[in-house]
Design a protein around this ligand. Structure first.
Ligand SMILES: [Zn+2]
Length: 593
């Protein structure tokens, strides 16, 4: 997902970028709702973090349900919120294996309908499971072994009751039939039935905020993913459907419609499942043995061939840092849409006007953003962070957005060098608010504040400085993707990884940046030829080395939250701190006041 500033005009062909949110003081919109977080208890952290020899569950498997954290000071979430966000017992009792979403889409009626075949393994004996479907759509029937099952609906939840107890370890399959006219809501519409500029039908989905259940029935949460999926989309024969995965084939059904069959060979987030239906032109390319496919409106074909050439450099950069493109069997695709863009897995949607920068602007304002297409780089970066490594709860969405914003920085470093990368990442400081913590309440399906992007990236730049050994840092990044690829994880898993691999206790550092609003402030007190220093931080155990002194001859000090003193030949005004390498505040005082 991306954020958009609105200090300049919004394109007419872009859906409303923001619904019911807040405009920040710095005049840019964040497509998120600020949340007051509750701190995970150590017990919960222990439950989620992997314990050495135990392998993390892959996307298709279900990790342990979260333990209850400390009571949140915020208002009690509503029943609808709990049903949407919580990994409750009727979700946790099963593990998704496979979907076959087979639907017919009618552009004229702005309607759709069909079946989702849902295969799952029971993790405990039970006779009931929770699925999800927006109330604007009707459940026609849910069939299990030729028998229509009983179900109850409550907000978006659909509770399905089986006539017998489903047994732990056994695999079951149901056919969920549904139909209706889905309600278009939220930032990118969820699902939109529109026309392209030439008046041809253009139907597209982008539903990270609302959830996939705005247009199809599924287990709509972040923790559990199917291991593979088929999508069959029947549409008027003059149209094209570009969805996730590999195009298996298309079949003329002889009634004026064509069915497009796509196969996804990997775990996939429900919100990444995407329809993009239009009168697209297709062209193809490759990078080594990775297929690249592009779907664009006919009038943009030449522009697209030029602009989308950037996809190769982007893929080379990210493969350099994180290893092979994580969805190789499915290939990589860019698909034109009228909104800015979205990270739909192996089917990245693109609406950045075939121009560099972000919607034709210098996004970071330091002359670097205009050298590349922000949407190609950012949304495709999510293939590694968001799609391959996924957060298991929306509270930890910085794993998607903070990391992907940092991937922008790595792209700049790969293309233009370290100095420009530092300039780029530090320009994001202007967008950070430090008004609330990045990690919010688990189980409430609320996006963290915009700081998850910019502060997230600045934090990772800081972490690199803490590691203070680039060879080690690059190995840590590669190892990280290798360790967690195709898995759903929480921040605790990342902390555990970095602690283990570096042999340092970085927990208070992660906690300060992600679980508190304020950044650490380096307090310096000067007294003749001496300087005293300490961190002012919410985390009592906060300790982080930092480079100080003068640019030509940095000295690394190891402040904690207790005062320490060292000698310096530098006066207060001459004494510098490497604030481009660490995202910190600095407070300087003379001891005489
Ligand atoms: Zn994003």
């Amino acid at each position: 997902m991306i954020v958009l500033r609105v200090s300049e005009r919004r394109p007419v062909d872009t859906p409303r970028m923001w619904e019911g949110g807040e405009v920040s003081r710095v005049r840019f919109l964040i497509a998120v709702v600020a949340s007051s977080g509750r701190r995970w208890s150590k017990m919960a952290a222990l439950l989620v973090a992997w314990s050495g020899s135990t392998a993390l569950p892959a996307h298709g498997q279900t990790p342990a349900a979260p333990a209850a954290g400390k009571a949140a000071p915020a208002a009690k979430p509503s029943r609808a919120t709990i049903l949407r966000g919580e990994y409750g017992a009727l979700r946790a009792n099963n593990d998704l294996l496979y979907y076959h979403l087979d639907i017919r889409v009618d552009p004229k009626e702005q309607a759709l309908g069909g079946t989702n075949t849902i295969r799952f393994r029971m993790l405990k004996d039970d006779s009931k499971i929770q699925l999800d479907l927006n109330p604007s759509l009707s459940v026609d029937k849910i069939v299990f072994r030729d028998v229509a099952l009983k179900f109850e609906r409550e907000f978006s939840a659909v509770f399905v009751t089986f006539p017998e107890t489903l047994k732990e370890g056994q695999v079951y399959s149901i056919d969920f039939h549904y139909s209706g006219k889905p309600a278009s809501t939220g930032r990118f519409g969820g699902i939109s039935f529109r026309k392209d500029p030439a008046g041809r039908p253009w139907i597209y989905t982008s539903c990270e905020m609302q959830g996939a259940s705005v247009w199809w029935p599924c287990k709509d949460q972040w923790r559990d993913e199917v291991e593979s999926m088929d999508l069959s989309v029947t549409i008027p024969k003059e149209l094209v459907d570009a969805s996730n995965g590999r195009l298996v084939g298309k079949k003329d059904l002889g009634d004026g419609t064509t069915r497009w069959d796509w196969h996804v060979s990997y775990p996939i987030n429900s919100y990444c499942v995407s329809l993009n239906i239009g009168q697209y032109e297709h062209f193809a390319d490759s990078l080594g043995d990775l297929t690249l496919d592009f779907y664009v409106l006919p009038e943009n074909l030449e522009k697209a061939k030029k602009q989308f050439a950037q996809a190769k450099g982007m893929l080379e950069a990210f493969q350099h840092y994180f290893g092979e493109y994580p969805f190789k069997k499915d290939g990589y695709k860019l698909i034109e849409v009228p909104y800015a863009g979205m990270e739909h897995q192996s089917a990245v949607t693109y609406g950045n006007r075939y121009a560099n920068g972000y919607l034709e602007r210098d996004w970071t304002g330091v002359g670097i953003s205009t050298r590349f297409d922000f949407i190609i780089v950012h949304e495709s970066g999510h293939e590694w962070f968001g799609n391959s490594i996924s957060a298991a709860d929306r509270s930890d969405m910085w794993i998607h957005e903070g990391w992907t914003t940092y991937l922008e920085v790595l792209y700049v470093e790969f293309m233009y060098g370290r100095a420009d990368a530092l300039k780029y990442v530090n320009a994001y400081k202007a967008r950070v608010r430090n008004a609330s913590r990045i990690i919010g309440n688990r189980g409430e399906n609320v996006s963290p504040p915009g700081d998850q992007y910019f502060k997230g990236a600045l934090f990772l730049n800081t972490l690199r400085s803490v590691v203070d050994d680039d060879t080690r840092w690059w190995a840590l990044l590669r190892g990280l993707h290798e360790r967690f690829k195709h898995k759903n994880i929480m921040t605790e898993d990342l902390v555990e990884y970095f602690n283990r691999e570096t042999g340092k206790d970085l927990t208070p550092v992660f906690d300060q940046y992600l679980r508190h609003a304020a950044i650490p402030v380096l307090e310096l007190k000067f007294d003749e030829a001496k300087v005293s220093y300490r961190w002012k931080a919410d985390e009592k155990a906060f300790a982080m080395p930092v480079r100080v002194g003068s640019k030509d001859n940095w000295q690394v000090i190891h402040p904690t939250t207790e005062w320490q003193t060292t000698t310096t030949a530098l006066k207060k005004d001459e004494f510098e701190v490497a604030t481009d390498l660490y995202y910190i505040g600095v407070s300087k005082k003379s001891s005489e006041g």
